[in-house]
Design a protein around this ligand. Structure first.
Ligand SMILES: Nc1nc2c(c(=O)[nH]1)N[C@H]1C(S)=C(S)[C@@H](COP(=O)(O)OP(=O)(O)OC[C@H]3O[C@@H](n4cnc5c(=O)[nH]c(N)nc54)[C@H](O)[C@@H]3O)O[C@H]1N2
Ligand SMILES: Nc1nc2c(c(=O)[nH]1)N[C@H]1C(S)=C(S)[C@@H](COP(=O)(O)OP(=O)(O)OC[C@H]3O[C@@H](n4cnc5c(=O)[nH]c(N)nc54)[C@H](O)[C@@H]3O)O[C@H]1N2
Ligand SMILES: [Mo]
Length: 683
């Protein structure tokens, strides 16, 4: 970072990646390459605002921080005194993923007030919840270990787009002769890298059906005696139950469910079982289905069956937050012990799931007599990123809901706020960045002071604590103290000096330790569990089982008849992936505009051509978008890119206006991708 100190305020003038960084090696993604345009954007929010027009109108007036805090203090105090702390909802996610910004801000404040608790699980939680039912933890092969792999299966992850810093590792393995398989219902940018002449393959199942494919693969592996019998005997439990569970799952049966050829499944099963150093690499895409947790639970059985954990570069690999998260003392940071004692002697205010925000605000998920009356939103833009968005809009329009949004920009969500407060960006506050896809924890040094009157996420809650007249001392701890509380095993001064530290990962590259199996798996049985008592206790099948999503082509027949397309809404563009940046000129507009993509056969059958405007609809909402006919999709599947704001769409709605807010089987995730729609031409 280069900072010009010559003016009245220091100004950051150049930002680039650090070539010495062990993982990114100086490469930034196209968003962050232009980060300073974001920091100094003319659209940046730089002072507090009070709403003067109807909710959603975007009409605000400038006010001072003092006036904003007085108003918020009075309103919140009134609501809490009259209705109790549970009338207040904290709402935040991953806008800034740093330790304090994402996990350190607000926990103590909301716990102390006895506010309703938020389950934040729309990204990355279901993966661990699923896999840990098999392995006892969310540990997995560290992704750069795939440099040692001989077969890399990218299963439901668009690596070249969403995990670009990992791609060089994969290319390196390929240079050594590793083969690549991509499994995705969309022929993605990553699928385009397939080279069939080198033995690579692209497999395109119907969305939400992969578990059937995995069951058939295990069927083949057991049928053809390709299991690693010794490893299975030494390290697993429930093999007989698994064998019975997959006995009927012939490749032909699974092929029918997945829309594949039985031969593709046979070949993949044999390859996975007979190639030492097979890595099954996955990320988030597949968790966004009703059977999302079961996907990862089942996937994690494959390397155990084939003994893949024996070999360097073998096993399954997911995002590796697991290795670093162990370092965080979340209790010390968020202090749940500050929660007030309730009448029934417990300290547990009610819990709601963030993916159900519409249902929460409209009284579907909470008792009618105890609605949410105030909401503080920071670090996220739910009207664009959370499913069933029109129901959220209905909730945000409520006159009796008091909404505060802390943001960098006037997002779709901020337009519904009563008070908008300006937030700093990553270069304006110290923090610690926990990696999501590698092992390096970094110190984030503020390069410039807060722009305008903006404040950081932690400072926001110190100010709100004052505004509410709270006196609990830990609410006022400074950032340095919060860092030390949160990371008892990390020397903050060393981290600050070194800039990054590597999280502990087993020396020999194998996540589950000694290949002789001396280290037990952290399940109740100490073994990989093909059959799980824990799952049974949760009311889930003991063994891997395929259940077709209710909102899917083979689910509810009435829905399937009325809405013939399954809609995916993936991250799609190179210049922005989530909702942040879509509003900035070099990002959203540079990508054109949103569209609905479908295959030529479907387009012909429904009388649609490139450039037509179509109405994509279901019982939740409808959306008008331009049609794009493409070779990337198979019949029955449509896709609208996620992340565009209301203003980018013809009718002010967004992709998530259509998506399902049904939760995943377990783990608290949500089934964005089990969304059925109809598509009709409007012009
Ligand atoms: N249909 C569909 N929906 C999806 C997905 C999908 O694939 N399809 N993906 C889901 C996934 S995996 C994720 S992670 C979510 C992402 O959803 P979000 O977590 O909401 O992420 P962003 O869209 O990146 O950022 C949201 C906002 O945070 C603000 N922000 C950034 N830094 C700060 C800060 O320091 N303080 C404050 N107060 N605000 C800040 C930004 O200005 C931005 O408006 O979307 C989910 N929604
Ligand atoms: N530079 C940069 N990188 C980012 C982000 C960013 O903001 N900037 N965002 C990060 C975030 S929050 C996330 S969650 C990750 C997401 O990273 P990924 O998980 O790789 O991305 P997704 O697009 O969510 O899903 C990947 C693929 O899953 C496929 N998919 C959907 N359903 C199924 C299914 O049933 N079976 C199979 N086999 N595939 C399926 C989709 O078609 C999609 O191509 O990216 C991260 N990467
Ligand atoms: Mo995510």
């Amino acid at each position: 970072m280069t900072v010009d100190e010559s003016g009245p305020e220091p100004v950051a003038v150049k930002l680039r990646g650090t070539p010495e960084h062990p993982f990114s090696q100086g490469e930034l993604c196209p968003k962050v390459n232009r980060f300073l345009d974001r920091v100094y954007s003319p659209d940046r929010l730089t002072h507090p605002l009070r709403r003067v027009g109807p909710k959603g109108s975007g009409e605000f007036e400038r006010i001072s921080w003092d006036d904003a805090l007085t108003e918020i203090g009075t309103r919140l105090r009134g609501i809490i005194d009259e209705h109790g702390g549970e009338a207040l909802l904290p709402y935040s996610d991953a806008g800034n993923q740093s330790l304090l910004s994402m996990f350190g801000a607000g926990g103590r404040f909301f716990h102390h007030l006895g506010a309703t608790q938020l389950v934040r699980a729309l990204c990355g939680v279901t993966v661990g919840a699923g896999a840990s039912m098999t392995n006892g933890s969310g540990a997995s092969l560290e992704a750069t270990e795939m440099v040692h792999s001989n077969l890399i299966v990218l299963w439901g992850t668009n690596t070249r787009l969403t995990n670009r810093h990992l791609w060089p590792t994969i290319e390196q393995a390929r240079k050594r002769g590793a083969r690549l398989v991509v499994i995705d219902p969309i022929r993605t940018l990553t699928a385009d890298a397939i080279d069939e002449s080198s033995g690579d393959r692209f497999i395109q199942p119907l969305p939400g059906t992969d578990i059937a494919m995995m069951l058939a693969m295990m069927h083949v592996i057991i049928r053809d005696d390709l299991t690693d019998a010794e490893w299975v005997a030494d390290h697993t439990t429930g093999f007989d139950e698994l064998r019975d569970a997959v006995a009927d799952w012939t490749p032909a049966r699974a092929a029918e469910v997945c829309g594949l050829d039985a031969e593709e499944i046979e070949t993949l099963a044999a390859d996975v079982a007979t190639t030492p150093g097979t890595a099954l690499r996955t990320l988030i895409g597949p968790e966004h289905h009703e059977n999302g947790a079961m996907f990862f639970r089942t996937l994690a059985c494959l390397p155990a069956l084939t003994g893949a954990w024996r070999h360097r570069g073998g096993g399954y690999s997911r995002s590796v937050g697991y290795w670093t998260e162990d370092q965080i003392d979340m209790q010390a940071l968020a202090r749940p012990d500050l929660m007030p004692m309730l009448d029934d002697g417990t300290r547990a205010p009610r819990t709601v799931n963030m993916s159900r925000l519409g249902a929460v605000l409209t009284g579907i998920d909470v008792a009618e007599e105890a609605p949410i009356r105030a909401m503080i939103v920071w670090n996220c833009n739910p009207l664009v990123t959370v499913p069933n968005a029109e129901l959220i809009r209905t909730g945000l329009e409520r006159d009796d809901l008091f909404t505060v949004v802390h943001e960098q920009f006037m997002t779709d969500t901020a337009r519904y706020a009563d008070i908008v407060l300006p937030a700093t960006t990553q270069i304006e506050a110290d923090d610690i960045v926990f990696p999501w896809g590698h092992l390096w924890v970094a110190y984030n040094h503020a390069a410039v002071p807060p722009v305008g009157e903006s404040c950081s996420n932690t400072e926001l809650f110190r100010r709100l604590s004052t505004a509410l007249g709270l006196t609990e001392p830990s609410l006022f701890d400074d950032d340095e103290t919060l860092m030390r509380d949160a990371l008892p095993t990390i020397d903050i001064d060393e981290l600050r000096g070194e800039r990054w530290l590597r999280a502990p990962y087993p020396e020999d590259g194998r996540p589950f330790g000694d290949p002789s199996g001396a280290t037990p798996f952290p399940t109740p049985s100490g073994r990989v569990e093909f059959a799980s008592d824990q799952l049974e206790a949760l009311g889930q099948p003991r063994v891997p089982t395929f259940v077709a999503p209710t909102e899917g082509p083979s689910g509810d027949p009435d829905l399937a008849a009325r809405f013939p397309f399954q809609l995916l809404t993936p991250k799609q563009h190179t210049r922005f992936l989530n909702s942040g940046y879509a509003n900035l000129p070099k990002h959203g507009p540079a990508e054109g505009a949103p569209f609905v993509e479908l295959c030529p056969d479907d387009a012909a059958a429904f009388g649609l051509a490139d450039g037509d405007v179509a109405r994509v609809a279901n019982d939740r909402s409808s959306l008008e978008v331009a049609v794009r006919v493409s070779q990337r999709l198979r019949p029955g599947v449509a896709a609208i890119p996620f992340g565009w704001w209301g203003a980018h769409h013809l009718d002010g709605r967004v992709a998530n206006s259509l998506t399902s807010d049904t939760l995943t089987d377990w783990g608290g995730g949500v089934a964005y991708s089990d969304t059925l729609v109809s598509i009709e031409r409007t012009t």
